[in-house]
Design a protein around this ligand. Structure first.
Ligand code: ADP
Ligand code: MG
Length: 252
């Protein structure tokens, strides 16, 4: 593990270090897994390496279709260079099929297709358990402007369309996902870009043929084979074919 850089922030799944230039950070992917607002914890050996690669792959492809994001380049197995943003304190959730908290809240059977894609906002605050909020709260408390909410929703729907197609092409159904956005200041003007990560930690991914879960729900629900499932997602996307042996060798 790299210790020579100044640690800016340590979260549940990642660490942010000072980057080599102003306006950059290094995002380090840990093996730590948490669920239910960190009440459940484990170390899943190799997870950080896989998520670093999957997030690189997804961010690079989104960048290529014009979805601006924080990814600059991958540095090594667990680290990527990113643009520093001013994080908008929202977890933006996009859902295609009912699952998780939406199923609980509205009494929908998990797996029920939604009439259209639904975007939800949660206020990013671990102490409060990331509560669901409405646009009214977001603007009233100045977490984001109306224009920024519009931009975020438009970007999220583009991300959803692109990822649904990308995963669909390799036999994976994108049930839902969570993204975070941040501001990059250009003089007085703030541009909203995609930040954080997109990985099996932040998406629900089901095998299209069997509905088998290939995401963090395997950890949340003690289904086992978490790393194997994440590796399967990476394998289907055509990345890190070397991963299974690397994981077995142990990585730090
Ligand atoms: N480009 C970025 N610039 C600044 N902060 C970021 C960027 N991308 C992600 N972050 C923040 O870094 C943290 C990533 O670490 P993570 O372990 O996911 O933290 P958390 O436990 O808060 O979810 C998150 O709080 C996320 O909002
Ligand atoms: Mg996080």
């Amino acid at each position: 593990m790299t210790t020579r850089r100044k640690k800016i922030y340590e979260g549940k799944a990642k660490i942010l270090y000072e980057g080599p230039e102003p306006g950059t950070l290094i995002q380090y992917f840990k093996d730590d897994a948490t669920a239910f607002n960190a009440q459940k914890k484990a170390v899943l050996e190799g997870k950080g390496v896989i998520n670093n690669r999957i997030s690189e792959f997804v961010m690079t492809r989104l960048g290529a279709i014009g979805v601006q994001n924080h990814f600059i380049k991958r540095l090594n197995l667990r680290e990527q260079l990113i643009k520093e943003v001013e994080i908008i304190p929202l977890e933006v959730i996009c859902r295609n099929i009912a699952a998780g908290s939406l199923s609980t809240r509205l009494g929908l059977d998990e797996g029920t297709p939604l009439p259209r894609s639904i975007i939800e906002f949660c206020y990013k605050d671990d102490k409060l358990g990331d509560p669901l909020v409405a646009e009214e709260h977001i603007t009233a408390f100045n977490w984001a402007s109306t224009q920024e909410i519009d931009d975020i929703m438009a970007m999220t729907l583009r991300i959803n369309d692109f990822l649904s197609g990308m995963f669909g092409g390799v036999g994976i159904t994108l049930v839902d996902f969570k993204v975070e956005f941040g501001r990059i200041w250009e003089g007085d003007f703030a541009r909203v870009i995609l930040a954080d990560e997109i990985s099996p930690d932040s998406c629900r991914l089901w095998d299209s043929a069997t509905n088998e879960k290939l995401d963090k729900d395997r950890f949340r629900r003690d289904l086992g084979d978490v790393i194997e499932s994440y590796t399967e997602v990476a394998r289907r996307l055509g990345i890190m074919k070397e991963m299974p042996t690397v994981i077995r060798g142990g990585l730090h």
